[in-house]
Design a protein around this ligand. Structure first.
Ligand SMILES: *[C@@H]1O[C@H](CO)[C@@H](O)[C@H](O)[C@H]1NC(C)=O
Ligand SMILES: *[C@@H]1O[C@H](CO)[C@@H](O)[C@H](O)[C@H]1NC(C)=O
Ligand SMILES: *[C@@H]1O[C@H](CO)[C@@H](O)[C@H](O)[C@H]1NC(C)=O
Ligand SMILES: *[C@@H]1O[C@H](CO)[C@@H](O)[C@H](O)[C@H]1NC(C)=O
Ligand SMILES: *[C@@H]1O[C@H](CO)[C@@H](O)[C@H](O)[C@H]1NC(C)=O
Ligand SMILES: [Cu+2]
Length: 166
């Protein structure tokens, strides 16, 4: 009985490890500075330049005081701090899942914050979004994650059953 419990524990650990392996990294934007008006305008650019964002990772914008997060769609609008690209999200913290390669631009729309450097460019993967339909790579990634989960669970069950047969 003790050894059967071992097998069940093995199964649970195998599944837990797999989920961890597929979940990606969660980046706290700005690290200790969080999402705020930085001491210098290049702070977030240099922070982002030190990271290597990949599909499956996520960003967390976390702040104190009054800030928000708006994705702007073009570099021109980003450079000019144009605030009319959509509705900013002010639900602190804002989590953004990086689901495809590309270059993404985020600004704070409060007062002059963006002009003061509260803006960041996030380059995911090789920085270029692929031309096929946007949902395809995600579906494939999700499908392969599900398939590898099934494979591991099945392998674990075979392992478990082969033991129980003794
Ligand atoms: C910008 O500020 C950060 C800390 O807030 C500092 O590490 C960095 O060296 C500064 N960069 C420049 C160019 O002053
Ligand atoms: C958000 O930032 C505050 C400080 O500004 C910190 O105390 C808190 O732990 C952070 N929350 C998360 C989820 O990182
Ligand atoms: C705003 O961010 C929160 C936290 O990440 C999220 O739950 C919510 O869906 C976002 N709202 C919009 C309109 O995207
Ligand atoms: C995303 O970028 C990575 C490089 O970081 C590359 O290996 C991968 O093929 C790219 N994926 C797509 C769908 O373009
Ligand atoms: C990024 O990767 C994709 C898929 O491998 C490729 O088609 C595209 O040309 C790459 N873009 C750059 C800028 O390297
Ligand atoms: Cu702000």
């Amino acid at each position: 009985m003790a050894i059967r419990m071992d097998r069940i524990v093995f199964l649970i650990i195998a599944v837990a490890l797999l989920e961890g392996a597929t979940s990606g990294k969660n980046y706290k934007v700005g690290d200790a500075v969080g999402w705020s008006i930085p001491q210098n305008k290049s702070y977030y650019e240099s922070w982002a330049g030190d990271q290597k964002f990949e599909v499956g990772d996520s960003l967390e914008f976390n702040w104190t005081g009054t800030h928000d997060v708006l994705e702007v769609t073009t570099k021109t609008d980003y450079d000019a701090c144009v605030k009319t690209n959509g509705t900013p999200n002010n639900t602190n913290p804002v989590t953004i899942n990086l689901i495809k390669n590309g270059t993404f631009y985020y600004i704070c729309t409060i007062g002059p914050h963006c002009d003061l450097g509260q803006k960041v460019t996030i380059v995911v993967g090789n920085g270029s979004s692929s031309s096929p339909p946007i949902s395809m790579p995600n579906n494939h990634a999700a499908l392969s994650a599900v398939l590898s989960t099934i494979t591991i669970v099945a392998a674990s069950l075979v392992h478990l059953c082969s033991f129980l047969l003794y």
